[in-house]
Design a protein. Sequence first.
Length: 125
Amino acid sequence: MKIKGIVWVGTATDKYDEMVGFFKDTLGLSTFHERDSLSILRLESGEWVEVFGPGDPHFKEFDTGPVVEFLVDDLEESRAELEGKGVEFLTENHGWGDYRWTHFRGPDGNVYGITTGPYTDGGGA
């Protein structure tokens, strides 16, 4: 498995509106996708920042603060390799359009993830 970069950061917060405003208005990120209790913002280089509010079904998955996902070529292969090294995954593999991801807990107790998709090529879902 080769890690190609960090392309996704997610945060679950009770201060959803404030955080979305901070990322948009203060940091200047652009909105890529939005629905109730979820906003996906993008950096110019294509990486995502995703904000989950209490109403989003994935809100409870992120119980340790911001979560990063590492870009890999093949999600299933990378997951199998990590499982072979004793890493326990918290979720099944998820997908949305051309994007796929899954999460695990690191030795420090924090949640991390691996992902595939056209993050840095300007691709959409």
